[in-house]
Design a protein around this ligand. Sequence first.
Ligand SMILES: [Zn+2]
Length: 291
Amino acid sequence: MNAFLIRGLLKDPAIRFAVTECAPLCSEAVIRHDADPAGAAVLGEALIVSSMLPVLLDEAESYCIRLQYNGQAGKIIAEANDRAEIRGFSTAPQLGLLPLDQDRIFGDTARVSLIRSAGARILNSGETESHLASPAADIAFFFSVSDQVETAANAALRFNPDPKQPVASARGILLQAMPQCDPVAFEEIRKQVERVPFRTGMLDAAGAPEDIAMAILQAAGCDVSPGNLVFGQTIDPRFQCRCSREKLLQALLTVDRRELEQMFREQPELAMRCEFCGTAYRFSAGDLPEA
Ligand SMILES: [Zn+2]
């Protein structure tokens, strides 16, 4: 399945939307983090929603999402920029088999925090507590409460028995009410989007990105007639880490110089692993700048 992120607007009720298919990036994350089926389902859901956040960003901006569950899912961190370069990891990629045991995995509380930034400059940040036991619903709840923009989201994954491409399909929808949106009409659509048959039905839509988006929007109860629906830009979301040997070395050099020299006396090589993509970088005493 080819990846896409398509955006658009509905006139009545006034809603902006994003629909994605991002199986390749979810597959790459599952392989890089060696996630088992339940771990892949949890991380995948967070990555699907992350892959739709670029539609909310202006040029050169990015979001960092952090979900902290008090169940076994632990912490999930994902980043997305305006070019739909997505990266993310979970502190608990091994969670067992499907179906998800929601109480065990999510516990009863999630702390959801988001930071929106442009380069090193933080534009806004917030944190909220959610009890919905679903990364998609928890992130949507964050936007509704913290940004005060009514938001609905859902995500669905289908797996392959193929170790090179473990995710066959990864679909998601994100809807946000525009200021002139009728709140009652939005609430009806939200209820529809949160239903289990809607979620699994997203995987059945077929055709070009526009056809898939229209089928999913229609299933959510939206009017997709040509006069009411306008599509915007389509881009390809992909897994892309921004780590480098130089950045990891800078992180290593925050350790006290004498401590570092001692560490290298004890072991000639130190491996530092990027949490987001799993790449290991190796350093030796020769990498230290002249004292
Ligand atoms: Zn990395």
